[in-house]
Write a protein that binds this ligand. Structure first.
Ligand code: COA
Length: 331
């Protein structure tokens, strides 16, 4: 059996917010933000929701795969910023695109969410439960950001990416002898470090409590702890995935990493002793979009012709939870 990505799609809100725009809001500078993060601008929603962004990305992925919405078996939306708790975002997407035959649910593993969702879809297909899935990473983080907190507001952006994943009965091999599909996945979590990067939803407010708690609804982050976690855990889990697949860093054509910070990506490349040219980046233009970063970058690379059949790609992410993961696929 081969399970492969046959369509990708992505969408970004139109509104661009540059570092210079942020200088008007908080005490920061373009130089500081670029130096510490590599980010120059990000897209911010002025009306789009996680569901509408998801639906736009899905339509593009379906079009590329040559499929109709009615043919979709499963919709998985990875998000940590849905507008609604009920119904879940995946059901809203189902409604918007008209995927009337799909099962749909959300999954929250923060910035690792797209990988966790992709892995989940693969497992469903390997078990023969579904033949295909739309896997989406979508965020409107701008509503979770405290725009007076310079430590976080400079980092995040909004957007969505989707992948259409299909199973076929026979094995497919590329000219270089590699078998198409997922070779290996590693995913993990460390809940003991959960409060290093957090965002509360709402406090308990019922007739049975004496005093109502007040909580901040915004992202709280200890940047240095996240940085340490990412630079240690991402290379470790990539090594674990490569070991499991029985391959080495040299056998990988491209590392599609979570786009949080250029310094984190450079540090991962250094620790892996891999050439930085194998680490495509787009975070300068769109910042950190949590679960959306990997599928948006994947779509850019795919549509730009930078991924060829037979290429081996390692996707790896980390984020709140804390969560992390690495997935090895042959395109
Ligand atoms: N503009 C200017 N100064 C800023 C600033 C900003 N936007 N944000 C913080 N500062 C200041 C701090 O207040 C601090 O000032 P002080 O020395 O007077 O106290 C100084 O810059 C250094 O802050 P620090 O937090 O030590 O900076 P840093 O080098 O660790 O960089 C991050 C901060 C957030 C860029 C970095 O820690 C990081 O990228 N961490 C990972 C975060 C991440 O990726 N999160 C998402 C995970 S999915």
């Amino acid at each position: 059996m081969t399970i492969k990505i046959t369509g990708t799609g992505s969408t970004l809100p139109e509104k661009k917010v540059t570092n210079f725009d942020l200088q008007e809001l908080v005490e920061t500078s373009d130089e500081w933000i670029r130096e510490r993060t590599g980010i120059a601008e990000r897209r911010i929603s002025t009306g789009d929701t996680v569901a509408t962004l998801s639906a736009k990305a899905c339509s593009k992925a379906l079009e590329m795969a040559g499929k109709t919405a009615e043919e979709v078996d499963l919709i998985l939306v990875a998000t940590c910023s849905p507008e609604m708790l009920l119904p879940c975002c995946a059901c809203q997407v189902q409604d918007i695109i008209g995927a009337s035959n799909a099962a749909a649910f959300d999954l929250n593993a923060a910035c690792s969410g797209f990988l966790f969702a992709l892995n989940t879809a693969y497992v469903y297909m390997q078990a023969g439960i579904y033949k295909n899935a739309l896997v989406i990473g979508s965020e409107v983080l701008s509503k979770l950001v405290d725009w007076s907190d310079r430590g976080t507001c400079v980092l995040f952006g909004d957007g969505a990416g989707a992948a259409f994943v299909e199973a076929s009965a026979e094995d497919i091999f590329r000219d270089n002898g590699r078998k198409v599909g997922m070779e290996c996945m590693v995913q993990g979590s460390d809940g003991t470090k959960g409060m290093v990067l957090s965002c509360a939803e709402r406090s308990v407010d019922n007739a049975f409590i004496a005093e109502k708690q007040t909580i901040s609804p915004y992202i709280q982050m200890n940047g240095q702890e996240v940085y340490k976690f990412a630079t240690r855990q991402v290379p470790a889990c990539i090594h674990e995935a490569l070991d499991k697949a029985g391959i080495t860093v040299e056998d990988v054509d491209m590392f599609v990493l979570h786009q949080a910070n250029v310094r984190i990506i450079e540090s991962v490349a250094k620790r892996l002793k891999a050439d930085i040219s194998k680490f495509p980046m787009n975070l300068d233009k769109i910042g950190n979009m949590s679960s959306a970063t990997i599928p948006v970058l994947l779509d850019e690379l795919n549509r730009g012709g930078r991924i060829q059949g037979g290429d081996r790609i390692v996707m790896s992410g980390f984020g709140a939870g804390l969560t992390y993961g690495a997935t090895v696929i042959v395109w």
